[in-house]
Design a binder for this molecule. Structure first.
Ligand SMILES: *Cc1c(COP(=O)(O)O)cnc(C)c1O
Length: 398
Protein backbone atom coordinates (compact mmCIF):
# COMPACT_ATOMS: atom_id res chain seq x y z
CA UNK A 1 0.00 0.00 0.00
CA UNK A 2 2.80 2.37 0.99
CA UNK A 3 4.51 1.74 -2.35
CA UNK A 4 1.47 2.98 -4.20
CA UNK A 5 1.45 6.18 -2.15
CA UNK A 6 5.17 6.68 -2.75
CA UNK A 7 4.72 6.33 -6.49
CA UNK A 8 2.08 9.01 -6.47
CA UNK A 9 4.41 11.52 -4.78
CA UNK A 10 7.14 13.64 -6.29
CA UNK A 11 10.79 12.57 -6.11
CA UNK A 12 11.66 15.11 -3.41
CA UNK A 13 8.87 13.95 -1.14
CA UNK A 14 9.96 10.39 -1.67
CA UNK A 15 13.50 11.35 -0.69
CA UNK A 16 12.32 13.04 2.50
CA UNK A 17 9.68 10.57 3.65
CA UNK A 18 10.48 6.92 3.94
CA UNK A 19 9.15 4.29 6.23
CA UNK A 20 12.04 1.90 6.62
CA UNK A 21 12.74 1.07 10.24
CA UNK A 22 15.68 -1.15 11.05
CA UNK A 23 14.72 -4.31 12.93
CA UNK A 24 14.73 -4.01 16.73
CA UNK A 25 17.05 -6.09 18.87
CA UNK A 26 20.43 -4.78 17.72
CA UNK A 27 22.92 -5.06 20.54
CA UNK A 28 26.54 -3.89 20.71
CA UNK A 29 28.86 -2.14 23.15
CA UNK A 30 28.95 1.39 21.70
CA UNK A 31 26.22 3.84 22.63
CA UNK A 32 24.35 4.86 19.48
CA UNK A 33 24.97 8.39 18.23
CA UNK A 34 21.55 10.04 18.21
CA UNK A 35 21.69 13.29 16.28
CA UNK A 36 18.68 15.57 16.57
CA UNK A 37 17.46 19.09 16.71
CA UNK A 38 13.81 18.11 16.22
CA UNK A 39 12.54 15.35 18.47
CA UNK A 40 9.31 13.70 17.28
CA UNK A 41 6.15 13.15 19.30
CA UNK A 42 3.51 10.57 18.43
CA UNK A 43 0.74 13.06 19.14
CA UNK A 44 0.09 16.39 20.83
CA UNK A 45 -0.82 14.77 24.12
CA UNK A 46 2.62 13.19 24.23
CA UNK A 47 4.23 16.51 23.28
CA UNK A 48 2.42 18.39 26.04
CA UNK A 49 3.13 15.72 28.63
CA UNK A 50 6.88 15.96 28.28
CA UNK A 51 9.13 18.39 30.16
CA UNK A 52 12.66 19.36 29.15
CA UNK A 53 13.48 19.47 32.86
CA UNK A 54 13.10 15.74 33.27
CA UNK A 55 15.55 13.30 31.80
CA UNK A 56 12.96 10.56 31.50
CA UNK A 57 11.98 11.55 27.96
CA UNK A 58 13.01 13.77 25.05
CA UNK A 59 11.75 17.17 23.94
CA UNK A 60 14.32 18.93 21.79
CA UNK A 61 17.89 18.23 20.71
CA UNK A 62 19.30 21.06 22.82
CA UNK A 63 18.10 19.29 25.96
CA UNK A 64 19.72 16.01 25.02
CA UNK A 65 19.38 12.72 23.21
CA UNK A 66 20.06 9.18 24.52
CA UNK A 67 23.74 9.71 23.66
CA UNK A 68 24.25 12.80 25.84
CA UNK A 69 21.99 11.45 28.61
CA UNK A 70 24.27 8.41 28.77
CA UNK A 71 27.45 10.47 29.07
CA UNK A 72 25.86 12.69 31.72
CA UNK A 73 24.75 9.69 33.78
CA UNK A 74 28.14 8.03 33.53
CA UNK A 75 30.08 11.18 34.50
CA UNK A 76 27.83 11.78 37.49
CA UNK A 77 28.42 8.17 38.53
CA UNK A 78 32.21 8.41 38.23
CA UNK A 79 32.28 11.33 40.65
CA UNK A 80 29.60 10.00 42.98
CA UNK A 81 27.21 12.78 41.98
CA UNK A 82 23.54 12.58 41.02
CA UNK A 83 23.23 15.10 38.18
CA UNK A 84 25.37 16.26 35.29
CA UNK A 85 25.06 18.93 32.62
CA UNK A 86 27.28 18.98 29.53
CA UNK A 87 28.63 22.24 28.14
CA UNK A 88 30.46 22.94 24.86
CA UNK A 89 33.80 23.56 26.67
CA UNK A 90 35.29 23.52 30.13
CA UNK A 91 35.19 27.30 30.12
CA UNK A 92 31.48 27.40 29.25
CA UNK A 93 30.89 25.05 32.21
CA UNK A 94 32.59 27.65 34.43
CA UNK A 95 30.50 30.44 32.90
CA UNK A 96 27.33 28.40 33.41
CA UNK A 97 28.07 28.03 37.14
CA UNK A 98 28.73 31.76 37.60
CA UNK A 99 25.68 32.91 35.64
CA UNK A 100 23.40 30.38 37.35
CA UNK A 101 24.42 31.34 40.88
CA UNK A 102 25.43 35.01 40.83
CA UNK A 103 23.47 38.18 40.28
CA UNK A 104 24.33 41.85 40.59
CA UNK A 105 25.20 42.76 44.17
CA UNK A 106 26.56 39.29 44.92
CA UNK A 107 30.14 38.46 45.80
CA UNK A 108 32.28 35.56 44.58
CA UNK A 109 35.65 34.44 45.98
CA UNK A 110 38.21 33.04 43.54
CA UNK A 111 41.66 31.56 44.20
CA UNK A 112 44.48 33.83 43.05
CA UNK A 113 46.07 30.98 41.06
CA UNK A 114 42.86 30.01 39.25
CA UNK A 115 42.73 28.83 35.61
CA UNK A 116 43.24 32.17 33.92
CA UNK A 117 40.01 32.42 31.85
CA UNK A 118 38.01 31.88 35.08
CA UNK A 119 39.72 35.02 36.41
CA UNK A 120 39.02 36.83 33.15
CA UNK A 121 35.33 35.94 33.46
CA UNK A 122 35.26 37.14 37.07
CA UNK A 123 36.73 40.49 36.05
CA UNK A 124 34.07 40.82 33.35
CA UNK A 125 31.31 40.02 35.87
CA UNK A 126 32.81 42.73 38.07
CA UNK A 127 33.12 45.49 35.50
CA UNK A 128 29.95 44.79 33.48
CA UNK A 129 27.48 42.96 35.74
CA UNK A 130 27.84 44.54 39.20
CA UNK A 131 29.16 41.38 40.83
CA UNK A 132 32.01 41.72 43.30
CA UNK A 133 34.82 39.23 42.59
CA UNK A 134 37.67 38.94 45.08
CA UNK A 135 40.80 36.81 44.80
CA UNK A 136 42.17 34.84 47.75
CA UNK A 137 45.39 33.01 48.61
CA UNK A 138 44.70 29.41 47.52
CA UNK A 139 46.48 28.09 50.64
CA UNK A 140 44.07 29.93 52.97
CA UNK A 141 42.11 26.81 54.00
CA UNK A 142 39.44 27.33 56.67
CA UNK A 143 40.83 30.87 57.12
CA UNK A 144 38.59 31.81 54.23
CA UNK A 145 35.83 32.31 56.79
CA UNK A 146 37.26 35.78 57.48
CA UNK A 147 36.79 36.74 53.82
CA UNK A 148 33.16 35.63 53.57
CA UNK A 149 30.89 38.67 53.39
CA UNK A 150 27.11 38.72 53.88
CA UNK A 151 26.69 38.91 50.08
CA UNK A 152 29.18 36.12 49.27
CA UNK A 153 27.29 33.45 47.32
CA UNK A 154 29.98 31.30 45.79
CA UNK A 155 33.56 30.22 46.47
CA UNK A 156 35.57 28.84 43.55
CA UNK A 157 38.35 26.35 44.18
CA UNK A 158 40.78 24.53 41.92
CA UNK A 159 42.74 21.53 43.17
CA UNK A 160 45.57 22.00 42.52
CA UNK A 161 45.93 25.29 40.64
CA UNK A 162 46.81 24.07 37.17
CA UNK A 163 49.91 26.29 36.73
CA UNK A 164 51.35 26.89 40.22
CA UNK A 165 50.21 23.42 41.43
CA UNK A 166 49.46 24.64 44.97
CA UNK A 167 47.11 22.12 46.59
CA UNK A 168 44.34 23.81 48.58
CA UNK A 169 42.63 22.45 51.69
CA UNK A 170 39.24 21.81 50.09
CA UNK A 171 37.60 20.23 53.19
CA UNK A 172 38.72 23.26 55.24
CA UNK A 173 37.33 25.74 52.71
CA UNK A 174 34.06 23.79 52.41
CA UNK A 175 33.58 23.65 56.17
CA UNK A 176 34.05 27.42 56.53
CA UNK A 177 31.82 28.12 53.52
CA UNK A 178 29.00 25.87 54.69
CA UNK A 179 29.03 27.40 58.17
CA UNK A 180 27.97 30.60 56.43
CA UNK A 181 25.68 29.00 53.85
CA UNK A 182 27.99 29.66 50.90
CA UNK A 183 28.32 27.22 47.99
CA UNK A 184 31.68 25.79 46.89
CA UNK A 185 32.46 25.01 43.24
CA UNK A 186 35.56 23.01 42.35
CA UNK A 187 37.44 22.94 39.06
CA UNK A 188 38.28 19.24 39.39
CA UNK A 189 39.89 18.88 35.95
CA UNK A 190 43.39 18.02 37.20
CA UNK A 191 42.15 14.87 38.93
CA UNK A 192 40.03 13.75 35.98
CA UNK A 193 37.23 13.26 38.51
CA UNK A 194 38.87 10.00 39.61
CA UNK A 195 41.72 11.03 41.95
CA UNK A 196 39.82 13.48 44.15
CA UNK A 197 36.38 12.59 45.53
CA UNK A 198 34.95 16.11 45.41
CA UNK A 199 31.60 15.45 47.06
CA UNK A 200 33.07 13.39 49.91
CA UNK A 201 35.29 16.36 50.69
CA UNK A 202 32.30 18.69 50.86
CA UNK A 203 32.22 20.33 47.44
CA UNK A 204 28.77 21.34 46.14
CA UNK A 205 29.58 21.54 42.42
CA UNK A 206 32.31 19.66 40.59
CA UNK A 207 33.28 21.09 37.22
CA UNK A 208 35.30 19.16 34.64
CA UNK A 209 37.03 20.13 31.41
CA UNK A 210 36.30 16.85 29.61
CA UNK A 211 38.63 18.29 26.99
CA UNK A 212 41.47 16.83 29.04
CA UNK A 213 41.52 13.24 30.39
CA UNK A 214 37.98 12.16 29.57
CA UNK A 215 38.47 12.94 25.89
CA UNK A 216 42.11 11.90 25.97
CA UNK A 217 42.65 12.66 22.30
CA UNK A 218 43.46 16.41 22.15
CA UNK A 219 40.55 16.64 19.70
CA UNK A 220 37.37 17.44 21.64
CA UNK A 221 36.22 20.46 23.64
CA UNK A 222 33.60 19.78 26.30
CA UNK A 223 32.76 20.55 29.91
CA UNK A 224 30.64 19.03 32.66
CA UNK A 225 28.93 20.38 35.78
CA UNK A 226 28.18 17.69 38.34
CA UNK A 227 26.09 18.02 41.52
CA UNK A 228 24.44 15.91 44.20
CA UNK A 229 21.74 18.35 45.27
CA UNK A 230 18.55 18.34 43.18
CA UNK A 231 17.60 21.97 43.86
CA UNK A 232 21.07 23.17 42.95
CA UNK A 233 20.99 21.10 39.77
CA UNK A 234 17.61 22.63 38.85
CA UNK A 235 19.08 26.11 39.15
CA UNK A 236 22.02 25.17 36.94
CA UNK A 237 19.71 23.43 34.48
CA UNK A 238 17.59 26.55 34.05
CA UNK A 239 20.68 28.65 33.31
CA UNK A 240 21.94 25.93 30.96
CA UNK A 241 18.69 26.22 28.99
CA UNK A 242 18.70 30.03 29.00
CA UNK A 243 22.25 30.09 27.68
CA UNK A 244 21.42 27.50 25.03
CA UNK A 245 24.42 25.33 25.83
CA UNK A 246 24.25 22.35 23.51
CA UNK A 247 26.92 19.78 22.64
CA UNK A 248 27.43 17.84 19.40
CA UNK A 249 26.62 14.14 19.65
CA UNK A 250 29.69 13.11 17.64
CA UNK A 251 31.80 14.83 20.29
CA UNK A 252 29.81 13.16 23.06
CA UNK A 253 30.46 9.84 21.37
CA UNK A 254 34.21 10.51 21.26
CA UNK A 255 34.23 11.07 25.01
CA UNK A 256 32.10 7.97 25.64
CA UNK A 257 34.45 5.93 23.48
CA UNK A 258 37.48 6.88 25.57
CA UNK A 259 35.83 6.62 28.98
CA UNK A 260 36.63 2.91 29.63
CA UNK A 261 40.37 3.67 29.50
CA UNK A 262 40.18 6.84 31.63
CA UNK A 263 41.81 5.33 34.70
CA UNK A 264 44.37 3.27 32.76
CA UNK A 265 45.47 6.40 30.91
CA UNK A 266 45.40 8.59 34.01
CA UNK A 267 47.52 6.09 35.95
CA UNK A 268 50.00 5.79 33.07
CA UNK A 269 50.33 9.62 32.88
CA UNK A 270 50.74 9.61 36.66
CA UNK A 271 53.54 7.01 36.71
CA UNK A 272 55.57 8.72 33.99
CA UNK A 273 55.00 12.20 35.41
CA UNK A 274 56.32 11.17 38.83
CA UNK A 275 59.35 9.57 37.20
CA UNK A 276 60.12 12.71 35.15
CA UNK A 277 59.38 15.02 38.11
CA UNK A 278 61.71 13.07 40.43
CA UNK A 279 64.46 13.18 37.82
CA UNK A 280 63.98 16.94 37.41
CA UNK A 281 64.28 17.47 41.16
CA UNK A 282 67.91 16.31 40.91
CA UNK A 283 68.82 18.87 38.21
CA UNK A 284 70.81 21.95 39.24
CA UNK A 285 68.88 24.29 36.87
CA UNK A 286 65.62 23.63 38.72
CA UNK A 287 64.91 25.31 42.06
CA UNK A 288 61.58 23.60 42.74
CA UNK A 289 59.56 20.81 41.24
CA UNK A 290 55.91 21.72 41.71
CA UNK A 291 54.38 18.25 41.61
CA UNK A 292 51.80 17.61 44.36
CA UNK A 293 53.30 14.18 45.10
CA UNK A 294 56.73 15.74 45.81
CA UNK A 295 57.58 17.55 49.02
CA UNK A 296 58.62 20.81 47.33
CA UNK A 297 55.05 21.44 46.26
CA UNK A 298 52.94 23.77 48.43
CA UNK A 299 50.13 21.64 49.86
CA UNK A 300 51.94 18.31 49.39
CA UNK A 301 50.61 17.08 52.78
CA UNK A 302 47.08 17.97 51.76
CA UNK A 303 47.53 16.07 48.52
CA UNK A 304 48.67 13.03 50.51
CA UNK A 305 45.63 13.31 52.77
CA UNK A 306 42.94 13.94 50.15
CA UNK A 307 44.04 12.58 46.74
CA UNK A 308 44.52 9.06 45.39
CA UNK A 309 46.56 9.98 42.31
CA UNK A 310 48.21 12.79 40.38
CA UNK A 311 47.90 12.46 36.59
CA UNK A 312 50.34 13.98 34.12
CA UNK A 313 50.44 17.72 34.79
CA UNK A 314 53.10 19.46 36.88
CA UNK A 315 55.41 22.48 36.79
CA UNK A 316 59.01 23.35 37.63
CA UNK A 317 60.64 26.61 38.67
CA UNK A 318 63.98 27.46 37.11
CA UNK A 319 66.56 29.20 39.29
CA UNK A 320 66.12 32.98 38.82
CA UNK A 321 69.62 33.18 37.27
CA UNK A 322 68.19 31.67 34.08
CA UNK A 323 66.76 34.34 31.82
CA UNK A 324 63.51 34.04 29.92
CA UNK A 325 65.56 33.86 26.74
CA UNK A 326 67.35 30.79 28.10
CA UNK A 327 64.23 29.01 29.31
CA UNK A 328 62.52 29.78 25.99
CA UNK A 329 65.51 28.17 24.31
CA UNK A 330 65.01 25.14 26.58
CA UNK A 331 61.33 24.79 25.67
CA UNK A 332 62.01 25.20 21.96
CA UNK A 333 64.87 22.66 22.05
CA UNK A 334 62.57 19.88 23.25
CA UNK A 335 61.72 17.38 20.52
CA UNK A 336 59.08 15.12 22.08
CA UNK A 337 57.40 17.88 24.08
CA UNK A 338 55.38 20.09 21.77
CA UNK A 339 54.46 23.70 22.53
CA UNK A 340 50.75 24.02 23.19
CA UNK A 341 48.00 24.49 25.78
CA UNK A 342 45.73 21.87 27.29
CA UNK A 343 46.67 18.39 28.53
CA UNK A 344 45.34 14.88 29.07
CA UNK A 345 46.17 13.68 25.55
CA UNK A 346 48.75 11.13 24.41
CA UNK A 347 51.34 13.76 23.44
CA UNK A 348 53.63 15.51 25.89
CA UNK A 349 53.38 19.31 25.97
CA UNK A 350 55.33 22.15 27.53
CA UNK A 351 54.51 25.83 28.17
CA UNK A 352 56.52 28.53 30.02
CA UNK A 353 54.78 31.01 32.35
CA UNK A 354 55.99 34.30 33.87
CA UNK A 355 54.65 33.28 37.28
CA UNK A 356 56.51 36.25 38.81
CA UNK A 357 54.15 38.56 36.90
CA UNK A 358 51.03 36.50 37.67
CA UNK A 359 51.24 36.25 41.47
CA UNK A 360 52.51 38.76 44.04
CA UNK A 361 53.82 35.98 46.31
CA UNK A 362 55.94 34.57 43.49
CA UNK A 363 57.53 37.89 42.52
CA UNK A 364 61.14 36.81 43.11
CA UNK A 365 60.98 33.39 41.52
CA UNK A 366 62.36 32.32 38.16
CA UNK A 367 60.48 31.18 35.08
CA UNK A 368 57.89 28.47 35.58
CA UNK A 369 57.64 25.73 32.97
CA UNK A 370 54.61 23.46 32.93
CA UNK A 371 54.84 19.94 31.59
CA UNK A 372 52.03 17.71 30.44
CA UNK A 373 53.45 14.21 30.46
CA UNK A 374 51.87 12.19 27.66
CA UNK A 375 51.90 8.46 27.05
CA UNK A 376 55.41 8.21 25.60
CA UNK A 377 58.07 6.18 27.48
CA UNK A 378 59.28 8.18 30.46
CA UNK A 379 62.94 7.36 29.74
CA UNK A 380 62.65 9.00 26.31
CA UNK A 381 61.02 12.10 27.80
CA UNK A 382 63.82 12.36 30.37
CA UNK A 383 66.47 12.09 27.66
CA UNK A 384 64.71 14.80 25.68
CA UNK A 385 64.64 17.13 28.71
CA UNK A 386 68.25 16.33 29.60
CA UNK A 387 69.39 17.22 26.11
CA UNK A 388 67.42 20.50 26.14
CA UNK A 389 68.74 21.49 29.59
CA UNK A 390 72.33 20.86 28.54
CA UNK A 391 71.69 22.90 25.39
CA UNK A 392 70.22 25.73 27.43
CA UNK A 393 73.27 25.95 29.65
CA UNK A 394 75.61 25.98 26.66
CA UNK A 395 73.38 28.63 25.02
CA UNK A 396 73.68 30.81 28.14
CA UNK A 397 77.47 30.75 27.97
CA UNK A 398 77.76 32.05 24.42
C1 LIG B 1 41.35 23.33 30.08
C2 LIG B 1 40.83 23.78 31.37
C3 LIG B 1 39.59 24.42 31.46
C4 LIG B 1 38.78 24.80 30.26
O1 LIG B 1 38.47 23.77 29.40
P1 LIG B 1 38.21 24.10 27.84
O2 LIG B 1 37.45 22.91 27.40
O3 LIG B 1 39.55 24.23 27.20
O4 LIG B 1 37.41 25.35 27.78
C5 LIG B 1 39.15 24.77 32.72
N1 LIG B 1 39.88 24.51 33.83
C6 LIG B 1 41.07 23.90 33.77
C7 LIG B 1 41.82 23.65 35.02
C8 LIG B 1 41.58 23.52 32.54
O5 LIG B 1 42.78 22.95 32.49
Amino acid sequence: MKDEIDKAMGPNTQLVHHDYTAPAGFSAFPVAIHHASTVLFDNLKAMRARSWLEKTSYTYGLHGTPTSFTLEARLADIEGGNHCLLAPSGLSAITLIDLALLQSGDDVLIPDNVYHPNRELANWLKTSFGISARFYDPMIGAGIRDLIAPNTRLIWTEAPGSVSMEVPDIPGICMAAHEKGVLVALDNTWSGGIAFPAFEHGVDISMQALTKYQSGGSDVLMGAVITRDAALHAKLQTAHMRLGLGVGMDDVYMVLRNLPTLKLRFDAHDRSARQVAKWLSGRPEISKVLHPALEDCPGHDIWKRDFSGAGGLFSVLFHPQYTEEQTDYFVESLKLFKIGFSWGGAHSLCVPYRIDKMRDQWRDTGILVRFNIGLEDAEDLIKDIEHALDGMRAYGMK
